[in-house]
Design a protein around this ligand. Sequence first.
Ligand SMILES: Nc1ncnc2c1ncn2[C@@H]1O[C@H](COP(=O)(O)OP(=O)(O)OP(=O)(O)O)[C@@H](O)[C@H]1O
Ligand SMILES: [Mg+2]
Length: 268
Amino acid sequence: MTFINARHISKTFNGKNNAGPTLAIADMSLDIREKEFIAVIGPSGCGKSTFLLMVAGLETPTSGDLTIEGKPVNGPDHQRAIVFQEFLLFPWKTVKGNIEFGPRLNRVKKETCDAMSRDLIRLVGLEGFENCFPHELSGGMKQRVAIARALANKPKVLLMDEPFGALDALTRESMQLELQKIWQKARCTVLFVTHSITEAVFLADRVVVMGSRPGYVKKILTIDLERPRTRKMFTSENFRHYERVLKESIWEEDGPEEMVPVQEKRSA
Ligand SMILES: Nc1ncnc2c1ncn2[C@@H]1O[C@H](COP(=O)(O)OP(=O)(O)OP(=O)(O)O)[C@@H](O)[C@H]1O
Ligand SMILES: [Mg+2]
């Protein structure tokens, strides 16, 4: 049995005011194994966030079955944590306070919270910043706090919606390396939505390409690169091959004409 099973799921949003309903996802099926790192890519509006929110239990499929460990997803659960592009930290709480928020709410003992936040702060490399407030941190540091906070409830599934989208290119690269380390230590299943093909290839065991109008699974590509992945791999032949395959799969959206290289088009 696979861990997360989406079976022929569809999602229609009822339009507000005079807008008609939107069929965001139609007949989407996907199986995710436990502890797998899955990246989801696809054009804007193809339903990536909608799918992630359904796995989170924050949106409900209109039809089809969505199960985790064989049980239907019925609303949010602390075993599934989300990290968004916007850091969504509590500005009035320190790094430590933000990380401990969930466990404190669940009445976990203070000593346990202290030990847990100490471990997580070390895991995300924020030692020395425990008592800083979010406005005192850089974007990359804020996102580390958001990841640590998501991990504080020991989730089985980490759902990430363009988590590094707001970061500059260099910070983004180092966060990708960090996330790989964190994932290998935390040993949870990750569903990671991104607009970056390179990021998807670098991080994922499998990359899911979604097509649009309405959203569906267009292609699933297994990334057979050894772990841990390193910066050097970015320029390897295999890495480039995977990037090319994924780009071509996304370009297909624009129709076959656009796939023809410019020079060939001219001579035709
Ligand atoms: N709450 C909502 N109410 C109505 N329509 C929605 C809602 N959420 C999403 N949609 C529609 O569903 C479709 C899929 O949206 P979604 O946000 O999942 O796309 P996405 O792939 O995450 O896009 P992006 O890459 O731009 O973030 C879009 O047509 C969007 O307008
Ligand atoms: Mg989105």
